[in-house]
Design a protein around this ligand. Structure first.
Ligand code: NAP
Length: 299
């Protein structure tokens, strides 16, 4: 296997986190200590692991973290009250609500309660709308990480034809919006697409975010395509449990110019971009409060 074809997400995430640490140092020198609050409701074991990893990465980056682990019985009003308190706290810059929520809490209402300026997951409709208008807003972490990997691999993406497989609010749709903003021609395919494979065969760039193990094999790909595999699927491989992507890595490899492995591709980028978003939110809030102070002092 040519190592040149492998897009190494661990190396790229380390670069992003190094930049984050430098940005945190600069902010601290200006008297701002970036802080990320993470709220977890309920007992989902995977969510507890994700939150622990996010807190650890934040600490490593020098970002203060606040952790709120609430019981599954928490009422929606209690959760909204906590979000409101954190929205109003000038010492908290990023606010993340770990999903999924227990079924009695309405996800959209809870996500919409987060102040857009602190919405480091980029899920608030104000940020979603801003991204679709091509504005610089807080954008979802996984597609932002994918875009970074593509730009590191290909440089300028202008004029490339990108096919995004999947149209979720978390990955597919924001990915398509980011690629449009980067001047790609974008096709989005999904479970109702008439011939997803034929569309994919035309792509210079393929982003697979489906959640179906090895759906996309080499026959879906144009010679020389660059492939970003977002999928994380646990399969039973002759009695051994292991992770595979949405792309059949072995048959794709001879066709592609470059491809992300699973694991070790997109996965590490998501947390790195959460930290990057937290620093961006802290910087933006500091600038806004400075300009508010200037406005007030002119009266
Ligand atoms: P999702 O919400 O389940 O969305 C899956 C999308 O795939 C849907 O839009 C669906 O179409 C489409 N789809 C399903 N079957 C298809 C087919 N046969 N052909 C074409 N499209 C098809 O999943 P998600 O949250 O976007 O996640 C996708 C994958 O990425 C999962 O494996 C997830 O674990 C992984 N993921 C990884 C990271 C990371 O950090 N690396 C982060 C997030 C997600 P419809 O809309 O028509 O149903």
């Amino acid at each position: 296997m040519s190592p040149l074809k492998l897009i190494d997400g661990k190396v790229a995430a380390a670069e992003v986190l190094q930049q984050v640490r430098e940005d945190v140092r600069t902010l601290k020198a200006d008297g701002i200590e970036p802080a990320l609050a993470v709220i977890l409701v309920g007992d989902d074991p995977a969510s507890h692991v994700y939150v622990r990893n996010k807190i650890l990465r934040a600490e490593e980056a020098g970002i203060r973290s606040l952790e709120y682990r609430l019981p599954a019985t928490t009422r929606e009003t209690e959760l909204l009250a906590l979000i409101g308190t954190l929205n109003d706290d000038p010492h908290v810059h990023g606010l993340l609500l770990q999903l999924p929520l227990p079924p009695h809490i309405e996800e959209t209402r809870a996500l919409q309660a987060i102040a857009p300026s602190k919405d480091v997951d980029g899920f608030h409709s104000e940020n979603v709308g801003g991204l679709s208008q091509g504005r610089d807003v807080l954008t979802p972490c996984t597609p932002s990480g994918c875009l970074y990997l593509l730009e590191q691999t290909l440089g300028d993406l202008s004029g490339k034809h990108a096919v995004v497989i999947g149209r979720s609010n978390i990955v597919g749709k924001p990915m398509a919006a980011l690629l449009l903003k980067a001047h790609c021609s974008v096709t989005v395919v999904h479970s109702r697409s008439a011939d997803a494979k034929a569309l994919c065969q035309l792509a210079d760039i393929v982003i697979a975010a489906v959640g179906r193990p090895r759906l996309i094999d080499g026959s879906w790909l144009k010679e020389g395509a660059v492939v970003i595999d977002v999928g994380i699927n646990r399969i039973d491989d002759n009695g051994r449990s292991r992770l595979v992507g949405d792309v059949d890595f072995d048959s794709a490899l001879p066709k592609v110019a470059a491809i992300t492995p699973v694991p070790g591709g997109v996965g590490p980028m998501t947390i790195a971009f959460l930290m990057k978003n937290t620093v961006a939110a802290a910087r933006q809030q500091a600038l806004s409060s400075q300009s508010e102070a200037v406005c007030l002092s002119t009266y």
